[in-house]
Design a protein around this ligand. Structure first.
Ligand code: 5GP
Length: 198
């Protein structure tokens, strides 16, 4: 199964994703390609594949991305072959992509479930962004403006999870995954004899 998770920056998405991955070891996080420079402690091939704009454009022109997007002036894309390789190994995929990417994945009828993480309020989101302290004032302003734009896209998602506190949001996302594990599509793959009852 593919689970797409979006949410504006500062909403606490990465903490939720880290905990969900720890609890669901059959899931891997899709590693995106990006032209953004790496931040301290980020590793190439683990957090992202950090590539030049030329390489990114080249991959784009060869249709190697399920979706791609420009976020805060950097390009990000999901490699279709990387993801399908993992799926062939039997892994479920968690994708952390923005609303533009979700729109493209949905247009391509990519199977998957779409979850949007919401802040409790815009004010709280602004506070969380400022606390993070990785950017200067101008970058912060851009992120907040982009966050509001992203929030307007809530209608594209199957589930909306409010991140009041991390533990509660993790519980909600975990409940969605647990329910999906009992979906007809998942069960019929795991229990083939079900189709063959005489
Ligand atoms: P950051 O630069 O903080 O790591 O990520 C910024 C935003 O880019 C996040 O909202 C994240 O969801 C989005 N993002 C990361 N990878 C991809 C991707 O492959 N495709 C799309 N559409 N968005 C991505």
């Amino acid at each position: 199964m593919r689970i797409f998770i979006s949410g504006p920056s500062g909403v606490g998405k990465s903490s939720i994703i880290t905990e969900i991955l720890r609890r669901n070891q059959d899931f891997v996080l899709s590693i995106s390609y990006t032209t953004r420079p790496s931040r301290p402690r980020e590793l190439d091939g683990k957090d992202y594949f950090f590539v030049t704009r030329e390489i990114f454009e080249d991959m784009k022109s060869r249709n190697e991305f399920l979706e791609w997007a420009r976020v805060h002036d950097n390009l990000y894309g999901t490699s279709l072959s990387w993801m399908e390789g993992r799926e062939r190994q039997g892994r479920n995929i968690l994708l952390d992509i923005d609303v533009q990417g979700v729109r493209q994945a949905q247009q391509k009828n990519s199977p998957g479930v779409y979850i949007f993480i919401l802040p409790p309020s815009i004010e709280e989101l602004a506070r969380r962004l400022a606390r993070r302290g990785t950017e200067d004032d101008e970058a912060l302003r851009i992120r907040l403006r982009n966050a509001k734009n992203e929030l307007r896209s809530w209608g594209m998602y199957d589930y909306l999870v409010v991140n009041d506190d991390i533990a509660g949001a993790v519980r909600d996302v975990q409940s969605i995954i647990s329910a999906l594990r009992c979906s007809r599509e998942e069960i019929i793959e795991r229990i083939p004899w079900l189709r063959e009852i005489e």
